[in-house]
Unconditional design. Structure first.
Length: 197
């Protein structure tokens, strides 16, 4: 996935650093502009997201995979760690793609030696998908060192700091999961343009 403009930190105007840069802040929802420290926390989250996107792009390039294939493979590995069987339909729902697109994706992964299919233990008509040892080795080679550095950074935090970070990130995830409020007709950009005489 190529990082979108909103996924990277834009160059900030030093004279406006206290205004939250490109954050769309609703002063009516609170007591005005938030403390600079809160905005700096959110800027750090943006920097992390940009670094994460860049790391995954490098890994995909190293493994010669597209975004959907990499996401599918990571999902299968994660499901295996939870002992959760994943079939083609489950993967299709997770990725938000059609069954035909899923079939092509699975064929690519299988042809590359990254996927194997097995009969479902309780439904012989269904399949369970597994990442191969080759796929595990590739991902470990591509991301293992970065994951170790990330773990080392987390281990530098004290237990109370770790709990605070977990609470913050969980709350941030919840805030991002909130449905987007529909734009009312009078709030749309077009509504602000005066009609031609």
């Amino acid at each position: 996935m190529v990082p979108m403009p909103s996924d990277v930190e834009p160059a900030a105007d030093p004279s406006r650093r206290d205004l939250g840069a490109y954050w769309y802040l609703d002063s009516a929802a609170g007591s005005g502009a938030p403390p600079v420290t809160a905005v700096e926390v959110l800027r750090a989250v943006r920097r992390f997201r940009a670094a994460d996107v860049a790391m995954r792009i490098r890994a995909r390039s190293d493994m010669d995979m597209n975004d959907s294939d990499m996401v599918a493979l990571r999902h299968l590995i994660s499901a295996e760690e939870r002992s959760e069987p994943i079939g083609p339909k489950d993967l299709s729902v997770f990725l938000g793609i059609t069954s035909a697109a899923t079939a092509k994706l699975l064929s690519r992964l299988e042809a590359a030696g990254r996927l194997r299919r097995e009969p479902h233990p309780s439904d012989r008509r269904a399949q369970v998908l597994h990442a191969t040892r080759h796929a595990h080795d590739e991902i470990r080679r591509a991301l293992g060192a970065a994951h170790q550095r990330m773990l080392a950074a987390a281990q530098k935090l004290t237990p109370p700091e770790q709990l605070a970070v977990v609470r913050f990130l969980d709350e941030l995830s919840g805030a991002m999961d909130e449905p987007i409020k529909p734009i009312e007709p009078d709030e749309s950009p077009a509504a602000a343009i005066p009609a031609a005489p």
